[in-house]
Design a protein around this ligand. Structure first.
Ligand SMILES: Nc1ncnc2c1ncn2[C@@H]1O[C@H](COP(=O)(O)OP(=O)(O)OP(=O)(O)O)[C@@H](O)[C@H]1O
Ligand SMILES: [Mg+2]
Length: 162
C-alpha cells in the first residue's frame, strides 16, 4: 500500500506530465478530490490537461489556468471542476458562500491548484499530488492519500513517464 510519504514518479517532459495526468484521470470517479501542490511553473495545469483527457472531457483542450476565474467546469464522461486557490481568500469566500455544496452536487471530479492554500477546506480523503521541478529539467510527482483505501489503484502507478 502507498505509504504516508507517497508514491513518487518522474516525468521527463511536459508530454509525460500530461500522460501521467491522463493515467489518474482514467481512474478517478465522480466525487473524488485531487489537491495539487507545487511552485509557479511546476506543471499543475499541464497535469490537469492530461487529467481532463483521462476523464473523457468533451473538450480537454479547454483546460487552462483558472486563476482569475477561480472555478471552471468542464463536461465529459466524468465532469471536472477545476479550481485554483492561488488567491486563497477568493476561493475560500466562494466555497463558504455555498460554493462547496454546489461543487459537491455536481457529481464531478474536483481538482484544485495551489490546494495547500485551502488545505483545511478540502475533504479528508483528498488525493494530494506534489509537483517539483528537478535541477535537470523534469518533474517529480508524488501522490499522497491520507486514506489509501479510497484510491487502491495508486499501487499500480508507473514510476517513470518518458
Ligand atoms: N515534466 C516536465 N518537464 C519539463 N517541463 C514541464 C514538465 N511538465 C510541465 N512542464 C512545463 O512547465 C511549464 C509550466 O507548466 P504549467 O503551466 O502546467 O505549471 P503550473 O504549475 O500550472 O504553473 P502556475 O503556477 O503558473 O499555474 C510549462 O512550460 C510546461 O510545459
Ligand atoms: Mg497553473
Amino acid at each position: 500500500m502507498p505509504s504516508a510519504e507517497g508514491v513518487a514518479v518522474l516525468a521527463d517532459d511536459p508530454a509525460a506530465t500530461e500522460r501521467c495526468g491522463a493515467w489518474f484521470g482514467t481512474r478517478l470517479l465522480p466525487g473524488d478530490t485531487v489537491g495539487l501542490v507545487g511552485d509557479l511553473g511546476a506543471g499543475k495545469t499541464t497535469f490537469v490537461r492530461g487529467l481532463g483527457q483521462g476523464l473523457g472531457l468533451f473538450d480537454p483542450e479547454a483546460v487552462a489556468s483558472p486563476t482569475y476565474l477561480l472555478v471552471v467546469e468542464h463536461e465529459g464522461r466524468v465532469p471536472l471542476v477545476h479550481a485554483d486557490a492561488y488567491l486563497p481568500g477568493k476561493l475560500a469566500g466562494f466555497l463558504d458562500d455555498g460554493g462547496l455544496e454546489y461543487l459537491l452536487e455536481r457529481r464531478a471530479a474536483v481538482v484544485v491548484e495551489w490546494a495547500d492554500r485551502i488545505r483545511n477546506m478540502l475533504p479528508e480523503n483528498t488525493l494530494w499530488i506534489h509537483l517539483e521541478s528537478l535541477p535537470q529539467g523534469g518533474r517529480r510527482l508524488t501522490a499522497v492519500a491520507a486514506d489509501a483505501t479510497a484510491f487502491p489503484w495508486l499501487v499500480e502507478l508507473p514510476k517513470i513517464w518518458v
